[in-house]
Design a protein around this ligand. Sequence first.
Ligand code: PEP
Length: 242
Amino acid sequence: MRIVIANWKMNLLSKDIEAFCAACVSGYKPKAGVEAGIAAPYIYLKDVKAKLGPCGVKLYAQNAHFEAKGAFTGEISMAQLKDIGCDGVLLGHSERRHIFGETNANLVKKVKAAREHGLMPVLCIGETLEERDGGKMFDVLREQLAVLKETGAGPLVVAYEPVWAIGTGRVATVEQIREVHAFVAEELARNGAAGTPIQYGGSVTPDNFAEIIQVPHVAGGLVGGAALVPEKFLKLIEQAQA
Ligand code: PEP
């Protein structure tokens, strides 16, 4: 299975979202074996759901708390995401890890909670440039994937996103992607998650995706900047479907 997800981050307003969803409704042509999704800001999730209607594009949140309910002011639970019709949730995006202090320990709880509530967890992993240059890349990725030893088996998507390639316009080379995706596939198998789809993310655009999607063990993309433009998002989906 391939899966292309637009990560809107903290972008777009109601009027943009209306136009984006209308473009999906008229332009998205589902094809077996390829899923498409939008990870929208919390406050727009219900709106996106309603505007997408039954067109087949799935709905993702960009994060969630691991507790089902309680005194956690400002947080959103997996139960609440499920309640409003979410299909999945991004977990451990590098911006959550590096700006908001997301930890692997919390991610164990979040992956479990997502599964308990029937949401597809998309576990994001990736090394910083410093870690790559310092020869620590594989250790970092191994540690991030070790979360899966504690979660046990279950539905999962992994997104490999080198931190230095996110939002920078500096996409990893095909050789770098090939090397890491092969490693991630092996680690997933070692952690009891063989066959998990592995997305690539980091400055993906319609200009580079057709080549990236052909790399072994690349099963789609997690896309920020380019996926703020509906025509580009739809083009990326078509490239995954080709
Ligand atoms: C992302 O949001 O996960 C991402 C990869 O962003 P961009 O495509 O803008 O690099």
